[in-house]
Write a new protein. Structure first.
Length: 249
């Protein structure tokens, strides 16, 4: 498998909890500008923003990003990047990293490593970190994952898994919403219908498991990066970006 990969970032304007999220300012810079810098700082040979918004397109292009316009009918970011990969005409064996458009603080080590872990036995790779005392294990927005001994995903849930039924279990793992796969796998995933587990948990990765795709889940020793889904997340991201700037100065 090649060690060359591209990044495609899905970025839509119609977020219900935080409308026009990619354009939200975070300590003087838009969210999407931070994502663009992150992608361009990685080992990817190229990066693209996949969006249905002319405003996002114009802003991203003004920052030097490659932009692919996509349909506004997509139900998920994965479907959006699958369309973008077709429009770019990427070969089927191209490694693609799906970097979410609301994860501006994703560590570069995770971005650069996940594509290198894709294999025939594990055609999808993703990441997890350990829960710490500052994270709410009972928060349904903190997605949990359980792995096999070979680090393949057994299940993802918004509930606390595994259940600490017989003893005080401590090794809970938080799933990070970042994926790597070949374009061939991506196109196959985008053709799958939603499954009952996916609809129940509102987690699209359960569609992959339900259809027999192995997902390799690598663990990393980082604090969970701030993902931006709500106004509270945005405030936390602004405070974190300010702290980073102050530390740099």
């Amino acid at each position: 498998m090649t060690d060359r990969f591209v990044i495609i970032v899905p970025a839509r304007a119609a977020s219900t909890r935080l409308p026009n999220k990619p354009m939200m300012p975070i300590h003087g810079r838009s969210l999407i500008s931070r994502i663009i810098d992150l992608a361009q700082s990685s080992n990817a040979i190229n990066s693209y923003i996949a969006t249905d918004s002319i405003e996002i397109k114009n802003h991203a292009e003004s920052l030097g990003a490659n932009v692919v316009m996509t349909s506004d009918k997509h139900a998920s970011g994965m479907d959006r990047i699958a369309e973008a990969a077709k429009k770019i005409d990427l070969p089927l064996d191209t490694l693609i990293l799906n970097l979410q458009g609301d994860e501006p603080f994703m560590p570069l080590q995770i971005i650069n490593k996940l594509p290198m872990l894709v294999s025939k036995d594990a055609p999808i790779t993703t990441a997890c970190v350990s829960f710490n005392e500052n994270m709410d294990i009972n928060n349904p927005n903190e997605v949990k994952v359980v792995r096999s001994k070979s680090k393949k995903a057994i299940y993802f849930s918004r509930s606390v898994i595994p259940n600490s039924f017989t003893f005080d279990y401590k090794n809970y793992l938080k799933h990070l919403g970042i994926y790597a796969y070949t374009n061939e796998t991506l196109q196959a995933l985008s053709k799958l219908d939603q499954t009952e587990n996916e609809e129940t948990e509102r987690l699209e990765q359960l569609r992959f498991l339900d259809n027999g795709f192995n997902i390799y889940v690598e663990d990393f020793e980082f604090d969970a990066p701030i993902g931006i889904d709500t106004p509270d997340d945005l405030e936390a991201a602004i405070a974190f970006a300010k702290e980073m700037t102050d530390d740099a100065n």
